[in-house]
Design a protein around this ligand. Structure first.
Ligand code: BGC
Length: 847
């Protein structure tokens, strides 16, 4: 509890009188308000009862204030999973859950949703955003924001704008045409703002057409505030403020995190010397105070303790979301669903790990995370066999929960000292019991800690089988790993830079040791903080004290493990393979190098399918992966990162308790080189050319005629739907597409009816501008019992649905002509078709 706690009890929850406060605040106080106090809080001004507010990541959960030893929380399915539900109402309900979680974590502002665009399947953070399509992305985001706001929490749209890759994310200049900027990259922000008027926006790290987003007046002032008349607060991404004067003048209200680098004395000096006008500073302060006012209704006290909700109703909602996000890509011979009463063989690298979240700031410690294997076990009424088949880890699996403390608890002890290992006098500063052996001490604090400090990490490891075991140590700092006093891994000298700890750590150094089943081995890691390391990554961000990650797994002969799996699969009646990526492959901080599954996985899937063609393949990844074995597979599910309830959601779909209804929110290409950003998806000499222009995702595959592996909007069901009788009803500026949908099969299910608008041929228009073949402009998800039929209405906002960005006029243009309305259940049809006449050309600006 900070010193602000003194007036916490009588903290007024009424609105601050912003204009009166502006006249009372000193220059130093105003400046203080425009920067963070620490990593997650704004500065308070107790004299004037201006509280500090808490901001917390976001987007798929609410982590609270600690990366290290964080408070457990609800982790929702990742962005692409929520996009795949095509379900506005579910997005709103999930937003409400996040609002409640934010309150439990004492957070006034949630740092999400992420609504950048997946230009490429390789984006490290692609999993966080909803879709390659700006309309779907904006509609889902708007509803998520409404849900968060239903609970009086302020959501934050991020990252504004064009933070669509991780490579050199702070330094890269995104070179993008005005048209693509408007139609593709700004559009999700525009739609979400139109729908929900969220109170905060986070600027992107990168430059857009030459100027960093956080000091880009055109983006922040001209578009966001003037053109869209949005009155919220703009904060920088963490360490993404790069100037004092430019950022203030461009409209960046809040520098995050604190302590400030560019405000404080520098800004006070700039205002005192009249380099920055005080009225300009006042504009920034006004937005900060207004933001505080928007958080008042939630009545969250300052520096509130973080608590756990973990309510059964939330778990049920997360389970529903996990299941409803799973896309049935393929299902020949109605191979799925499987039968609970028959034995099942479970195979694969992702079976016994809970792949619930991608990596980076979106990740958090879940209340619990259900593995696919556990999900199957909890529903099967027969035998469940398991064989590993292959590992898919980039780093050895984190070892924490395989360890036990001296007194038998799951996990290990962390003992913190100022003196190095081997010193004759060491004073124990703090001891903690932990379960996660991926420790990032970014926000670890103890007043007795020196700048250089050390830790002993100790637990008991009891092998399940007699075998060679690999141990791995990745550090930001230095470390040695011992098993029963024998040195197994040293990561002290000649350290090699790696991607751990957002690029501040080393590669994983490994060692192997033979261990016997059932014996108790003492695992000890002697770790020294970042200061003890010679390795200076030269990164733009100083992540301070450092980190350590300890991994372990049985040494597996890949060939043998695959052969064993294939042999078992041959004899099994029901087989399911859980494969895919993890938060180590897909993470903030770096992009993937290729679209491949981890080494060995394709071989495993291929051999198992050869042995048993009915084997069900489940892929967990936030973004597309290559599937070279696809023609051999009868049934394939794409399951994303499913949050806490991953395994239960999967078992629900595999056993048919839930009929899959999700649709791909992004195209899965046959090969990575087919995707439109292939030649332009990294920073080359400091810039990334958005060379595909508006032809992102399906707009590209449509236009150039490249057949994807699975198109945008595709997703099967265990039942069949018939869509008929398209008509268009006029409601003034809005037209409503109506169709009749019948569930012709024998089980209940849901269908997503999608409406695309196809423009007139360029040669038939006055502008002659080329456009995408078709664009999603409406959708509606409908649930139908077996044999039930219903009319489905999809409203189309004709002005927006027919507009392109006219660069010559700097306006949207809905051009006169005959448009087609295509209604179907995938971007590749089959479609019902009708015409839509725009009788006169209109230019417009604003939301
Ligand atoms: C990410 C943001 C996040 C922030 C705080 C940054 O690295 O880009 O999305 O909100 O960290 O964790």
């Amino acid at each position: 509890m900070g010193d602000a706690g003194n007036y916490e009890l009588d903290q007024p929850q009424g609105k601050l009188d912003v204009e009166s406060l502006l006249s009372q605040l000193t220059l130093t106080e105003k400046v203080a308000l425009t920067a963070g106090k620490d990593f997650w809080h704004t500065n308070p001004i107790p004299r004037l009862s201006i509280p500090s507010i808490r901001l917390s990541d976001g987007p798929n959960g609410v982590r609270g204030t600690r990366f290290f030893d964080g408070t457990p929380s609800a982790c929702l399915p990742c962005g692409t999973a929520i996009g795949a539900t095509f379900d506005e109402s579910l997005a709103r309900q999930l937003g409400r859950l996040l609002g409640d979680e934010a309150k439990a974590k004492g957070a006034h502002v949630l740092l999400g949703p992420t609504i950048n665009i997946q230009r490429s399947p390789l984006g490290g953070r692609g999993f966080e955003s909803y879709s390659e399509d700006p309309f779907l992305s904006g509609v889902i985001a708007g509803n998520y924001c409404k849900g968060v706001q239903d609970k009086d929490i302020v959501p934050t749209l991020k990252h504004f704008v064009c933070n669509d890759q991780e490579h050199e994310r702070m330094a890269v200049n995104a070179i993008v045409t005005e048209r693509a900027l408007r139609e593709i990259y700004l559009a999700p922000f525009q739609t979400a703002i139109k729908l929900a008027q969220p109170g905060a926006v986070m600027s992107a790290y990168n430059k857009v057409n030459g100027t960093h987003a956080s000091e880009n007046k055109r983006l922040l002032e001209d578009i966001l505030r003037k053109e869209w008349a949005w009155d919220g607060l703009v904060m920088s991404d963490w360490f993404g403020t790069y100037s004092t004067t430019e950022a203030i003048e461009a409209g960046l209200d809040l520098e995050m995190p604190g302590s400030t680098r560019f405000r404080g004395a520098a800004l006070t000096h700039a205002v005192s010397s009249n380099k920055v006008k005080e009225t300009e500073l006042d504009n920034r302060v006004r937005n900060v105070l207004n933001l505080i006012n928007k958080t008042r209704a939630a009545a969250i006290p300052e520096d509130a303790p973080e608590t756990e909700l973990n309510r059964p109703s939330d778990r049920a909602l997360m389970r529903q979301a996990a299941a409803e996000a799973i896309v049935l890509l393929k299902n020949e011979d109605n191979n799925l669903p499987l039968k609970k009463e028959k034995p099942i063989l479970v195979i694969g690298p992702n079976a016994k790990i809970a792949t619930y979240c991608g990596g980076g700031s979106a990740s958090l410690r879940p209340y619990a995370a259900v593995t696919p294997f556990d999900g199957i076990v909890s529903q099967s009424t027969s035998d469940v066999l398991f064989t590993q088949g292959a590992f898919a880890h980039k780093l050895l699996p984190e070892v924490g929960s395989s360890l036990r403390t001296e007194d038998g608890k799951v996990g290990f002890s962390l003992k913190v000292f100022n003196e190095p290992h081997g010193s004759s006098h060491r004073t124990l500063i703090e001891e903690r019991h932990l379960t996660d052996a991926n420790m990032w001490f970014i926000d670890f604090a103890n007043p007795k800690l020196n700048k250089t400090w050390y830790a002993d990490i100790q637990g008991i490891f009891t092998p399940d089988e007699s075998a060679d075991y690999d141990f791995g140590l990745s550090v930001h700092g230095t470390g040695r790993l011992f098993i029963n006093e024998q040195l197994v891994v040293s990561n002290m000298e000649n350290q090699k830079p790696g991607s751990a700890f957002l690029g501040s750590g080393t590669v994983e150094e490994k060692g192997t040791v033979r261990l016997e089943q059932g014996h108790h081995y003492k695992l000890l890691v002697q770790w020294g903080c970042a200061e003890t390391s010679q390795l200076k990554q030269g990164g733009l961000v100083d992540f301070g004290q450092g980190g350590v990650r300890i991994g372990s797994a049985v040494s597996l002969s890949r060939e043998q493990a695959i052969a064993d799996a294939a042999k078992l699969a041959k004899q099994a009646e029901q087989v399911v393979i859980f494969a895919g990526l993890t938060g180590e492959w897909e993470s903030e901080g770096y992009d993937r190098e290729n679209m491949d599954l981890p080494p060995g996985t394709d071989d495993l899937i291929s051999h198992v399918l050869d042995a048993n063609p009915n084997s069900v393949v489940v892929i967990q990844s936030g973004t597309p992966v290559g599937m070279p074995w696809i023609n051999k597979a009868k049934s394939v599910l794409h399951a994303w990162f499913g949050g806490n309830e991953t395994g239960n959601g999967l078992a629900d779909v595999i056993y048919g308790t839930v009929n899959p209804s999700a649709k791909l929110p992004l195209t899965i290409p046959k090969r990575v080189s087919d995707n439109p950003a292939f030649l332009n998806y990294r920073s080359e000499g400091g810039r990334t050319l958005y060379g595909e222009d508006i032809y992102v995702g399906y707009r590209w595959y449509d236009k150039v005629g490249i057949e994807p592996l699975f198109p945008f909007g595709h997703g099967l069901s265990y039942t069949d739907f018939k869509i008929e009788s398209l008509s268009i009803v006029d409601h003034g500026t809005e037209k409503v597409c109506k169709v009749n949908v019948t569930n012709t099969g024998s089980v209940a299910g849901a269908e997503v009816v999608q409406a695309y608008i196809s423009p007139p041929k360029a040669s038939d228009t006055a502008s002659g501008i080329q456009r995408a073949t078709k664009e999603l402009r409406g959708f509606n998800k409908i649930y139908l019992e077996a044999k039930q039929a219903r009319e489905v209405a999809i409203p189309i906002d004709v002005l927006r649905a027919t507009s392109f960005w006219d660069e010559a006029r700097n306006s949207w243009c809905s051009e006169k002509g005959t448009y087609k309305v295509l209604v179907g259940s995938s971007s590749q049809g089959p479609f019902l078709e009708t015409e839509l006449e725009v009788s006169k050309t209109q230019w417009w600006n604003g939301l």
